[in-house]
Structures are given as structure tokens and as C-alpha cells.
Write a protein that binds this ligand. Sequence first.
Ligand SMILES: [Zn+2]
Length: 300
Amino acid sequence: MDVTLINTFQAYGGSVNQRTQGAVEAAKLGAVGVIVRSMTTTLDNYPHTGSMYYDGLSLSQRIPAAAISTNGAELLSSMLSLNPKIKFFFRQNSRNFPDVLTHTVIGEIKGSEKPDEIIVVGGHLDSWDLGDGSHDDGAGIVQSMEVLRIFKSLNYLPKRTIRVVLFANEENGLRGGNKYAEVAKLKNEKHFFAIESDAGGFTPRGISFDTSDKEFKSLKKFEEYFNDYGVSFLQGGSGADIGPLKDGNIILAGLRPDPQRYFDYHHAASDTFDKINKRELELGAAAMASIIYLMDNYKL
Ligand SMILES: [Zn+2]
């Protein structure tokens, strides 16, 4: 990952093809296996896992692939520079298990004036099971539920229907997000706004809007209410799970917490509950509740 990029998600996006496509590219060149340096900005002893694909390769063309820790990769590189003929032995016991049924979990408060217009707030329930997935995406799950709890505790009756969606299967094919959008379309549901938290439970720094320039300009009027909290508005992506809802009408958004530590824990055994800071988590939930409140009341 290019550590000179301030936004670690940009660094991740620029290098993750080493993991996703590494096996296919190396196999083309006659490799018998591929070792990938873990996608993290830190030096640690954890392999960080994630999706990889064999694309069009037949079973016999497929080569084994593994991520090793960044400390391990540094060691391997320095040993290779001392002795280019060094041999590397690795053995795997990975296998693909058959699919099982999992569920997207949904809860909502019905709108009092425009119940047919839906505002979604969500994250994803599944995680890579090396750790417990506290930042990816336990944080987003808890924050999404917290938005409804905040509204209930304030006795706030939303005008539009506010729906918490805890998506199944983001990490392994996005089937929860795809299914949700498919069912929404079948039911002819009108989705007005959707926001996802899937970038860790860290201090919120921004809200990213995936919408037209014109729409973004009109949303900017809400930004001043976030200034005191260090949260700014930007134009960009939203979230993987809500992405399939994109239809040219819905406004999509993503919570953008401070990105510097996210990849320390991403898809690794270190993504555990002790890495969650309650106050930072709460600030993220409050930012989402605030933008939903403003959208519900003041966005025509
Ligand atoms: Zn995630």
C-alpha cells in the first residue's frame, strides 16, 4: 500500500489487486503459487485476508495463494535480496465449503407523513472470521441500530420510513446487498436516501455523498451543522451494500471515519472488540443520526 497517500482507502484501492488478481497474473507467468504482502499500512505479524479470484482459470490452472504478514514480507524480501535462490515452502489447508443460508436483518420506524419514502441506514453482518470483525463491520451494525435508538429516545417521529438494514454477505460476494436491491425493485419501493457505515468505528471526519454535482451543492447547506464536530462533506463513494440501490434518484452516502488505523485491523485476527473506542463509535452514530434527521426534515 502506498503510505504516501493520506487516505488509506485510496492506498488500499490502488494495491488490493495484488491480492484479488495476484494468482491469475502469476499463473499466466508460470508461477506455482503466489505469496501476497498483506494489505495494511502497519508492520505486524498478522496475515490480512480478503477476496481473491481465479477468474477464468480452470481447476488445473489454479495456483495456491496466500497472504503473509507485512513483517513476514519484509523478512522474505530481505532474505531474497541476500540469496535470490532461497526456497519458500508453504502448505495450506483451506477449502471451500458449500453455501449456507444467511439473512439480512431489517428493522424500521414507519414514516408519519411519507411512509412510502424509505431512508436506509446500514452496515454488514458478516466478517472474515480471523477476528470478530469489530471494526469491519460490527461498528457499522451497532451504529446503524443506534440511529433508531436515538430517534426513539428523543420521541422523534420521522416523516419518512427509517429502516435499519444489517446486510448479510458483503465480504463474500455482496449477495445481501444485491438481494436487498432486487427485492426493493420487485416491491416497487421508493428509496429516498441511504447511508452506510463500513469504514471502521473511528472518529467521524466526513460524510461522502454519491450523487450529482447539482444535488451535492444543495446538500452542502447542511454541512455547517457538522463543522463543530469536525465532520465535512465530500463527494465520492458510499458503501458496498447500498451500492446496488443506485438508480439515478436515490442519494447514497457513506460515513467517513478517520482512516489511519482502519487497515491496522482490516480482515485480520486483530480486528477485535478491544480495538473499539466507545466515544468514537458514538460520534459516528450521532453523525449518521444527524444527517438522517436533516434529510428527513429539510430535504425536499
Ligand atoms: Zn466491511
